[in-house]
Design a protein around this ligand. Structure first.
Ligand SMILES: Nc1ncnc2c1ncn2[C@@H]1O[C@H](COP(=O)(O)OP(=O)(O)O)[C@@H](O)[C@H]1O
Ligand SMILES: [Mg+2]
Length: 286
């Protein structure tokens, strides 16, 4: 059980996350939705401590994780594997090595630096690649793969951490509809088969409805909806996405990646500045 207790995050005077309280029992597949700037990434990053709360605390299985330091913090970051919109692989390394990097937090620094992995770990990596249907790419440089394949490699790397939770920050925002479906199917299978909690930020409503057992809607840093997909009424959607989606009724295509539709193409991914991309690379747990 993950407990987020009245967590606030400020950047200067700006409140990015505003007194968020959530309890997430093990095994849920939670979609966090909301406009760009609603605070979704900041919330996710505070869970795995890529960002620190200004106020409030976060507990996992009764233990406070928002104050961990040193080795205990590294263990926690291993327990909640993170998946990013831009995959964050090492492009010049082969796929197998990228997957094995998920083991780094399990190993001594020297072995990590030498990238020495056991046969058992290599086997686990291959099994993960098979599970995601990309074992044939194992020896290719990660940078040569398509976006959809790269995100599957990132999921394999996350699985190698043997995490208790997977945190995914807009994992399909850079993908075409077919690859988006493959990646979301993979996350759902992992959730169902391994019972792993998955918390994923999505800026598209239809994906959250299709895949998640629980939807959390954020607006201006606050949780304005928390319920099952069928409870997400037009009024709730208006509250999440703002009143300008009211007028002619809710047009879900505005917030759609059209998974499974095959006609529409996704809108452009939210632009990311180089600084935040670099920060993610630098602080990513691999
Ligand atoms: N490192 C940062 N420095 C300053 N402001 C930030 C930083 N990270 C996020 N913000 C601000 O916090 C708010 C929430 O951002 P974010 O969590 O990225 O939202 P979302 O993921 O929902 O798009 C935004 O207004 C954003 O500009
Ligand atoms: Mg974001």
């Amino acid at each position: 059980m993950l407990q987020i207790r009245n967590v606030t995050r400020r950047f200067g005077k700006h409140v990015a996350v505003d007194r968020v309280a959530l309890e997430i029992p093990a095994g849920q597949m939670v979609g966090v939705i909301g406009r760009s700037g609603a605070g979704k990434s900041t919330l996710l990053r505070m869970i795995n401590r890529l960002a620190e709360p200004s106020e409030g605390s976060i507990f996992f299985d009764g233990k406070e994780v928002s104050t961990l330091r040193g080795a205990a913090l590294r263990h926690w970051q291993r327990d909640c594997a993170m998946i990013f919109q831009q995959f964050n692989l090492v492009p010049r390394l082969d796929v197998l090595t990228n997957v094995l990097l998920g083991r780094l937090n399990h190993r001594s620094t020297v072995l990590s630096m030498l990238k020495v992995f056991s046969d058992d770990e290599r086997m686990q990596a291959v099994v993960a690649l098979e599970r995601l249907g990309i074992e044939q790419t194992a020896m290719q440089r990660a940078g040569t793969l398509s976006g959809g394949q790269q995100q599957r490699v990132a999921i394999c790397r996350a699985l190698m951490q043997q995490p208790k939770m997977i945190l995914a920050d807009e994992p399909i925002a850079s993908l075409d509809p077919l690859n988006a479906k493959i990646v979301m199917d993979a996350l759902r299978d992992i959730n169902r088969e391994a019972g792993l909690t998955v918390i994923t930020n999505l800026h598209t409503l239809d994906t959250a409805r299709a895949y998640c057992t629980r939807i959390v809607g954020m607006a201006a840093g606050r949780v304005v909806f928390d319920g099952k997909p069928h409870e997400l009424t037009a009024a709730a959607v208006r509250e999440i996405y703002g009143s300008d989606s009211a007028g002619a009724g809710i047009d879900e295509t505005i917030t759609s990646t059209s998974i499974g539709n095959g006609i529409k193409v996704p809108g452009p991914a939210a632009p990311r500045d180089k600084v935040s991309a670099a920060r993610e690379m630098a602080t990513s747990s691999v």
